[in-house]
Design a protein around this ligand. Structure first.
Ligand code: RM4
Ligand code: MN
Length: 388
């Protein structure tokens, strides 16, 4: 059986990045339900992100999304974050919300629009320089709605060219993380629809181009842990965007819909040594809290990842290897299921106590009065949302 002290050490070292956009108002195309106390500025989003770290101790960075988090002085934003105990992490580019992008951004048939999109991506690298961020995450809404609308192959050429320009602009310590998504908003073809396409572009670009697996971006039934294992084996898994889904890209809390899937995915990470920071896998949340309170939902999500990680670390690897070697199908499966069925909440509560944290982060947050404080203070202004 694994050594519990080693398991705790690994859990203590785990790092989970929270997304700034999780704290703003979000919704579906039908309705955005505004919540009281929502941040109005990037600084207020950082304040909320810092709460997640304060109560969990393992979420010390916050990803930004540009232009949603546009400010005049990014170095000042980074130092504001540092003063609150967190760092600015991944910079997410946004080339999907401008009227010019109706037919796509970097794959648009119009060279003017393509160059506008590339300029935005380069601006994001400038921002990384100012904030000290290592990763640029690119997700493109590009695609087509109708057969014949555009050339699939020509769009790949345009994409490759844009990625080349951006990759060349990166400093040695910076990475390009390319995210794929099956469909939406494009309904016929998407220009980066799957891990194979993302992988192909990343291999061509070079060592510092990696793939992001957003757990909500696959067709139902796709075996995500297989993709994770294959990407890790090729040294090309750069990041996770964690969330959970029942249907499509639901962006619900990670581990809420299918905790067993999360366990299976993290099992592959553990098997490949992917929790070692040197492997360079970034563990991020990419979620929207449309109807639930946002800060406790982020805290809960971090805890869900911790619980799945703890179970994975409890797998009896020796017993598993022996059963696999012996062709003991049921025995091998039982080793995994034993770990998955373990109640790790007491272990995590103990770890938190060791770290000087409350054993129950959600309850501690509710007791802190922060929720009431932001509702009272954040009056007026425009609450942050996907449009701002
Ligand atoms: C996309 C993708 C990106 C995220 C945006 C908000 O579907 O998941 O990672 O930044 O949504
Ligand atoms: Mn994502």
């Amino acid at each position: 059986m694994p050594d519990l002290t080693a398991v705790k050490t690994a859990l203590r070292a785990q790092r989970i990045e929270v997304p700034s956009w999780a704290f703003g108002n979000t919704g579906t195309r039908f309705k955005v339900f505004a919540q009281p106390g929502v941040p109005r500025t990037p600084r207020e989003k950082i304040d909320d992100a810092a709460q997640v770290h304060k109560f969990t101790g393992v979420a010390p960075s916050v990803a930004v999304h540009i232009p949603w988090d546009k400010v005049d002085d990014y170095a000042a934003l980074a130092s504001y974050a540092r003063d609150r105990g967190v760092a600015i992490g991944t910079v997410n580019a946004n080339v999907f919300q401008d009227d010019d992008y109706k037919l796509g951004s970097v794959c648009n048939p119009d060279p003017r629009v393509r160059s506008k999109a590339v300029d935005h991506l380069l601006e994001c690298v400038d921002i990384m320089d100012a904030t000290g961020s290592a990763d640029l995450k690119l997700w493109f809404a590009d695609g087509t709605n109708y057969p014949g609308q555009d050339s699939i192959a020509a769009r790949q050429d345009r994409l490759a060219h844009a990625l080349d320009v951006v990759y060349q602009r990166l400093s040695p310590g910076q990475r390009l993380i390319l995210e794929y998504k099956l469909f939406e908003p494009a309904f016929y073809t998407t220009d980066v629809p799957d891990w194979g396409t993302a992988f192909m572009h990343c291999v061509r670009l070079g060592e510092r181009a990696k793939v992001c697996v957003d757990t909500g971006h696959h067709a139902p039934g796709v075996n995500i842990e297989f993709i994770v294992a294959v990407l890790l084996r090729a040294g090309k898994l750069g990041a996770f965007d964690f969330n959970s889904r029942f249907y499509a890209d639901d962006d619900l809390m990670v581990g809420a819909a299918d905790p067993f899937q999360l366990f299976r995915i993290l099992s592959e990470v553990a098997a490949a040594g992917g929790f070692d920071p040197a492997v360079g896998v970034s563990f991020m949340l990419d979620q929207c809290h449309n109807i639930e309170p946002k800060i406790p939902a982020q805290i809960r999500s971090v805890m869900n990842i911790q619980e799945a990680t703890a179970k994975v670390l409890l797998v009896d690897n020796g017993g598993l290897a022996a059963a696999q070697q012996a062709g003991d199908v049921l025995g091998a499966n039982a080793v995994l299921m034993d770990a998955f069925s373990t109640d790790v909440r007491p272990l995590l509560a103990e770890l938190r106590a060791d770290m000087g944290l409350d054993r129950d982060p959600v309850a501690a947050y509710h007791r802190s009065g922060y929720a009431e404080k932001i509702v009272a203070e954040r009056v007026g202004g425009t609450p942050a949302s996907w449009g701002s």
